[in-house]
Design a protein around this ligand. Structure first.
Ligand SMILES: CC(C)(COP(=O)(O)OP(=O)(O)OC[C@H]1O[C@@H](n2cnc3c(N)ncnc32)[C@H](O)[C@@H]1OP(=O)(O)O)[C@@H](O)C(=O)NCCC(=O)NCCS
Length: 170
């Protein structure tokens, strides 16, 4: 990693694991545009995450790009007083450099700035990941009733998915 730090040439994607962390930390996370929707769905599908509801909720999504390539996304379904955090995915070549953490933090910050304090998510594979970030596992019947409108909750995520909640202090 060290000896590559000074190289000025752009490295192709298959060298992405060798990128210095500092370089990845410069990748900015921005609100998604309508033109990102198909790339978001591709990333979600490749990460085995549901795409149902993305068309309705893409405006809450944040994305990260490396040049023209969409490398990470995360979204939310915001209801009056609670939100479902969903579709957190990082391209495998860019994982473990903090992009997922930054995405979740920025999503929560944006929702909190709108007055939301109660956040839920469903996961089949990343319970440990979110538990390390303060989410607690709950029973599905503890989900805020406002979220029952969510397609992800209704039918896209398997009934066996773990449900988690984070309540922010005001
Ligand atoms: C989960 C995910 C978003 C994490 O993104 P990331 O950018 O690699 O994560 P970060 O860099 O913020 O954090 C990396 C740390 O989390 C850990 N981690 C990553 N995925 C994990 C998982 N599924 N379960 C538990 N821990 C996990 C890594 O081992 C690493 O640990 P370390 O800090 O001790 O080395 C990414 O692995 C992913 O896209 N997974 C597939 C889709 C998915 O399951 N999404 C969540 C459901 S909404």
């Amino acid at each position: 990693m060290k000896q590559q730090r000074g190289r000025a040439v752009a490295r192709p994607l298959f060298f992405a694991y060798d990128r210095p962390v500092a370089e990845l930390s410069q990748i900015v996370i921005v609100p998604a545009g309508e033109g990102d929707v198909s790339a978001i769905k591709e990333l979600l599908t490749s990460a085995s995450l549901p795409t149902a509801g993305v068309d309705e909720h893409w405006q809450t999504f944040l994305v990260a790009r490396d040049a023209d390539r969409l490398i990470a996304c995360g979204g939310a379904e915001a209801y009056p007083t609670a939100a479902l955090i969903r579709s957190i995915a990082v391209d495998p070549a860019y994982r473990s450099h903090g992009l997922g953490r930054r995405l979740v933090r920025q999503l929560l910050d944006r929702l909190a700035s709108r007055g939301l304090r109660e956040f839920y998510l469903l996961t089949t594979t990343a319970e440990g990941y979110f538990a390390r970030r303060g989410f607690k596992t709950i029973d599905r019947d503890e989900v805020h009733p406002q979220l029952l409108a969510s397609r992800e909750l209704q039918d896209a995520c398997p009934a066996s998915a773990t449900c988690m909640r984070l309540v922010m202090l005001t």
